[in-house]
Design a protein around this ligand. Structure first.
Ligand code: DAH
Length: 341
């Protein structure tokens, strides 16, 4: 009996050390200590022993059972620890490795120039207002001193959405809405999209952008207009830029001017950008027509004002030497990425 037990012990110990994984170890445990296992069988065989030897044999079997149980448990724990260490090694993260770069978005060049422009006017005390792109004829034309049959309407042919609804051709409509809603002093700019029935080419687009400006107060004169617009041109194009005011016509201002700056590309000598003239037109302006003021309930005997309309697309293309206005609308990333900082 004793030998059999010793033999079983040695076999079991060997097999236990050799077991490659937990599954094999568990199978071995059943084979040795399960209900039909070899140790259990030995226990059953005790019946054939003389009665006086039985207690001793029982003790030895129990001792071996206990020893084996401990070894099985220890081996199992060692296997688990090894598996865990292996898993941790495989999952190790190198936090010093460079991360994946996500491309950052950037501001559209139009928005960059607009932000700059807003800064300039805000520093002069202007606030920024918004106006609807879908307008009535009243706000887009009539209140701006452009009656139904006025020839100025031809130059601003647009998209009609109904008998009295259209896509605004000029941000000037926002002047009227502002004057109707406020009492002077007024100093505002209104940036936004405008629409005209134009064919697309390098300098035309049926959608483009303007920034309207309006100042109304007591005692506003042409000197204020010149001072503000000269300051603006110098901040945008640089202090050495020359600014000139040419007489012009707009139905809603009297007198009216157009403002040119010396071409920053050629310094005024004449080039492709300025079409050989040395000058680039950047805006229209004028003293607000008395009819427009009184139409909005502002007494032209008491108040006066000036207004201006800046072409934002042209400002952007000349500022950044962009040769074709279509580039501003095509969303070609190769173009846009040049402006993302
Ligand atoms: N609305 C004019 C245009 O689209 C630009 C303009 C000219 C606006 C003179 C003004 C202004 O406010 O006073 O051509």
């Amino acid at each position: 009996m004793k030998e059999k037990l010793e033999q079983l012990r040695q076999q079991a110990m060997q097999a236990l050390e050799a077991a490659p994984d937990k599954k094999a170890l568990e199978e071995l445990r059943v084979k040795v200590m399960g209900k039909k296992g070899s140790l259990t069988e030995l226990l059953r065989g005790m019946g054939s022993l003389p009665p006086e030897e039985r207690p001793k044999a029982g003790q030895m079997v129990n001792q071996l059972r206990q020893e084996l149980t401990e070894r099985f448990d220890a081996r199992e724990a060692a296997m688990e620890a090894a598996a865990k260490a292996e898993r941790l090694a495989a999952e190790r993260l190198d936090v010093t490795m460079p991360g994946k770069r996500r491309p950052a978005g950037g501001l559209h060049p139009l928005n960059r120039v607009l932000d700059e422009l807003i800064d300039i006017f805000q520093s002069m005390g202007f606030d920024v207002v918004d106006g609807p792109e879908v307008e009535t004829e009243h706000y887009c034309f009539e209140a701006l001193n452009v009656p139904k049959d006025h020839p100025a309407r031809d130059m601003q042919d647009t998209f009609y959405l109904g008998p009295d609804l259209l896509l605004r051709t000029q941000t000037s409509a926002a002047q009227i809405r502002t004057m109707e809603g406020r009492t002077p002093p007024i100093r505002m700019i209104c940036p936004g999209r405008v629409y005209r029935a134009d064919e697309v080419d390098a300098t035309h687009s049926p959608v483009f952008h303007q920034v309207e400006g309006l100042v109304v107060d007591k005692g506003i004169t042409m000197c204020d207009l010149k001072g503000v617009l000269e300051q603006f041109a110098h901040e945008i194009y640089g202090p050495e830029t020359k600014v000139r005011f040419r007489p012009s016509f707009f139905p809603f201002t009297e007198p009216s001017v157009e403002v040119d700056v010396s071409c920053s590309e050629c310094g005024g000598k004449g080039c492709r950008i300025c079409k050989g003239t040395g000058w680039i037109e950047i805006l229209g302006a004028g003293m607000v027509h008395p009819n427009v003021l009184s139409g909005c309930g502002i007494d032209p005997e008491v108040y006066s004002g000036f207004a201006f309309g800046i072409g934002l697309d042209r400002l952007t293309t000349t500022r950044h030497r962009i040769s074709d206005i279509r580039l501003l609308f095509e969303n070609d990333r190769r173009f846009l990425e040049q402006f993302a900082r």
